[in-house]
Design a binder for this molecule. Structure first.
Ligand code: NAD
Length: 354
């Protein structure tokens, strides 16, 4: 990869590479943009990166996504991400993550880390021994705890905005919703929807999770492969990315897609296809921002009430995006990206003048 070309193409500010001989740490911190504040983004730790370039590509892609997510949520934060290439041989995990904490400390607060795929709250505790620039600690350690219920609440607010603007409903009573994946986000989302009177269909590869949704919430169980084809109002992908793809698109009979999974559109063209079919798409990085909002509030002292207020405001942003998309004949995800780019451009301009 031509690194500087990749950085200049998408306006990355910095990429840091760290190595610690004693613990075997090999880590990359990508900082996309710090116009609105320090770059916040989780630390991914995997032993399965095919090579260094694969790790770098992951860090770059994810860091840029964080800029967009934080900016659209109105947070005073930028976007960054880190990846750790875990040793393939036995290693001292706590020592490695503490070394990673020292690496974060060395860049002086421009990057703040958090939990992500392959890392745990214990790892965050280890990082904390090397730096204070870490959020998403356990509640027992003064942190904000599990962000998933806040993510679920934000998705609910997204569904409410879509229901109001696009489906002409003032409440969710009788709204038919299918949820793919009833895990940390999907299950609390199902519960919130149930409280609002929605009718639920769920699918999950984990039978236990499906049973729980049936028993506790009265949800109807559907085979995973059939769920996208249900005649519902809202399809909520809450499992893995890429749920909207060439296989599922022709099956879809929903009126809207609103879920927590990252990168729900396998490719950009799948968003175009949704629009052609008259299916409303809620930009994933807008409606799933609740978890980020919640951990972000740890930076200046956690406040649960404020977190709920900011998550609730996802409704207003979603509604405004739907209005703009309709007025411009555009797609919600295109409008969302443009709003972020406009906000960044005007903030950079204001900084340059100051
Ligand atoms: P999770 O692992 O707790 O839940 C995912 C669920 O999906 C699990 O129950 C799993 O069994 C199921 N699943 C996995 N593959 C499946 C498949 N092919 N078909 C059907 N079910 C499948 O994860 P989570 O924390 O609930 O996150 C769900 C999605 O939301 C992920 O894409 C995640 O990146 C995204 N997200 C989560 C948060 C958060 O706060 N947890 C924040 C933003 C985005």
């Amino acid at each position: 990869m031509e690194l500087f070309k990749a950085m200049s193409d998408k306006a990355y500010e910095a990429v840091h590479f760290f190595h610690d001989a004693e613990t075997g740490l090999r880590a990359i911190i990508a900082i996309h943009d710090t116009t609105f504040g320090p770059a916040l983004g989780g630390a991914r730790a995997l032993s399965t990166y095919a090579n260094e370039e694969a790790a770098l590509v992951d860090a770059l892609r994810l860091a840029r996504g964080m800029t967009y997510k934080a900016a659209l949520a109105g947070l005073p934060l930028g976007g960054g991400k880190s990846v750790i290439m875990l040793p393939k041989t036995p290693f001292d995990r706590a020592a490695l993550f503490t070394a990673f904490g020292r690496a974060i400390e060395s860049i002086g607060g421009r990057y703040i880390t958090a939990e992500d795929s392959g890392t745990s709250t214990e790892d965050m505790d280890s990082i904390r021994r090397g730096t204070s620039h870490v959020v998403g600690l356990a509640k027992s350690r003064g942190g904000s705890g599990d962000p998933s219920p806040f993510t679920a609440f934000g998705v609910l607010r997204g569904i409410q905005a879509v229901a109001k603007f696009s489906l002409g409903r003032s409440d969710l009573e009788g709204l038919k919703v299918s949820i793919l994946g009833v895990g940390h986000v999907g299950f609390p989302l199902a519960r919130l929807l149930k409280e609002q009177g929605a009718e639920l269909w769920v699918a999950d590869i984990n039978d236990e999770s499906v049973r729980r949704a049936q028993d506790e919430l009265g949800a109807k169980a559907v085979p995973t492969s059939d769920l996208p084809g249900l005649d519902v109002d809202v399809f909520a992908p809450c499992a893995l990315g890429g749920s909207i793809n060439d296989q599922t698109l022709p099956m879809l009979r929903c009126k809207a897609v609103v879920g927590s999974a990252n990168n729900q559109l396998l490719e950009e063209r799948h968003g175009v296809e949704l629009q052609k079919r008259g299916i409303v798409y809620a930009p994933d990085y807008l409606v799933n921002a609740g978890g980020l909002i919640n951990v972000a509030l740890e930076v200046d002292g956690y406040d649960e009430k404020k977190s709920r207020e900011l998550c609730s405001a996802i409704y207003d942003t979603m509604y405004m995006i739907l209005e703009r998309a309709k007025a411009e004949g555009s797609r919600p995800e295109v409008v969302a990206d443009r709003i972020v780019e406009e906000r960044l451009a005007s903030a950079k301009k204001a900084k340059a003048i100051a």
